[in-house]
Design a protein around this ligand. Structure first.
Ligand SMILES: Cc1ncc(COP(=O)(O)OP(=O)(O)O)c(N)n1
Ligand code: TZP
Ligand code: MG
Length: 357
């Protein structure tokens, strides 16, 4: 057996185990997810059983020309999602190398790492799903875009203000324009670690690998969207009354919009559902819900007082002179409401069990 093959197997066993350890640490300390943590640990330990001394003894780091190679993208990671993505790539590539070179070393290694590689693919999909849904539950402010010459500048300014959930909505543009805009906005949102949702169009959401789609009462049913998008993507539903809300929950929507609370020119012709829809959602909605419709600096206090914990806005940010400040204002109001509620809950019970907090 050529020493070079041993060196390749040694290096890639190290690479795979190191990448899994990076992922494991987020599962353990970032997600507090015992099952994912255990899966990573088991894969690491299984790889360790193949790391025999004949492979380790072939290591020759001083003569390794690769140690000096670096890539500009390796220096920094924009978000945790980028850290996870880079390390899943590292693990999957290393396992593929082990599988190929294992064919000239030991057939049982090849079989073992092939099985591990598919386990890692599944874990990656589960983690992406978990990450998306965790970010959805943590999102308190939801920007829905409106057609604008400065839509990209406005969204980026909002993301710089701490916005974590964006929906691309343009009822008038042609499909090619929507495709290009959605691609650009999805890239921008993910650079800032924000979720990107597409309004109405399941095909467009799939085409740009969006984090999800938002469907109105007269758009495609949630069931069809779920068949096309799977469980790993987010599906939101518009609701205007108690029946809509009940049905959306039964259909398995991941979140709902509740409103319009006030009449709004952004959704002309849709009558206001009033603050009662907020009060009803507070009592009846177990999934994340966003009050929407006519919410701005003048109305947000009443909407929060009626029980909203999350709000969705269009004009208040899209038409703001300074979108960054507008986002920071709303986030401060929402955080203050959340803290006051946490305080009240602690006052009422020994431990907080609210799954959305
Ligand atoms: C969060 C949220 N709620 C409601 C809507 C409205 O969706 P839209 O497609 O604009 O109108 P309908 O399909 O509900 O009539 C939304 N986009 N986002
Ligand atoms: C899309 C949508 N659905 C219900 S109200 C609304 C628009 C809300 O826009 P604005 O925040 O400008 O009132
Ligand atoms: Mg719609």
């Amino acid at each position: 057996m050529q020493p070079a093959v041993y060196r390749i197997l040694d290096a890639n066993l190290d690479r795979a185990r190191e990448g899994l350890r990076v992922i494991e640490e987020w599962c353990r300390f970032g997600l507090n997810h015992a099952e994912f943590t255990e899966q990573c640990k088991h894969l690491r330990q299984e790889l360790a059983t193949w790391h025999h001394s004949d492979l380790r003894s072939a290591r020759n780091t001083p003569d390794d020309p690769g140690t000096g190679l670096t890539h500009a993208n390796e220096a920094t990671r924009g978000t945790i999602a980028h850290v996870l993505q880079a390390n899943f790539c590292r693990v999957e590539e290393a396992l593929r190398v082990l599988e190929e070179y294992g064919k000239v070393y030991r057939q049982d290694l090849t079989e073992a790492v092939k099985h591990m590689r598919y386990q890692v693919y599944t874990l990656e999909s589960q983690l992406i799903t978990q990450h998306r849904h965790q970010k959805l539950h943590q999102a308190m402010l939801y920007l829905i875009t409106s057609p604008s010459e400065t839509v990209f500048e406005t969204v980026e300014a909002a993301l710089k203000g701490g916005l974590t959930l964006v929906q691309y909505r343009d009822k008038d543009a042609d499909d090619l324009t929507r495709l290009n805009h959605a691609r650009a906005l999805r890239r921008m949102c993910h650079e800032y670690g924000a979720l990107f949702i597409v309004n109405d169009r399941i095909d467009l959401a799939l085409a740009v690998d969006a984090d999800g789609v938002h469907l109105g009462q007269h758009d495609f049913p949630v069931e069809l969207a779920r068949q096309m998008l799977g469980s790993q993507r987010i599906i939101g539903r518009s609701t205007h009354n108690g029946d809509d809300l009940y049905r959306a929950i039964q259909e398995g929507a991941d979140y709902v919009g509740v409103g319009p609370v006030y009449e709004t020119p952004t959704k002309a012709g849709r009558p206001a559902a009033g603050l009662d829809c907020v009060r009803h959602a507070l009592e009846q909605c177990p999934i994340p819900w966003f009050a929407i419709g006519g919410i701005d600096a003048n109305t947000v206090h009443d909407v929060l007082a009626a029980g909203a914990q999350r709000v969705s806005v269009v004009r208040a940010i899209m038409q703001a002179e300074q979108p960054t400040l507008a986002v920071q204002y709303f986030m401060a109001q929402l955080d203050q409401k959340r803290r006051s509620q946490m305080g009240q809950k602690f006052a009422k019970q020994d431990s907080i069990t609210d799954p959305w907090m």
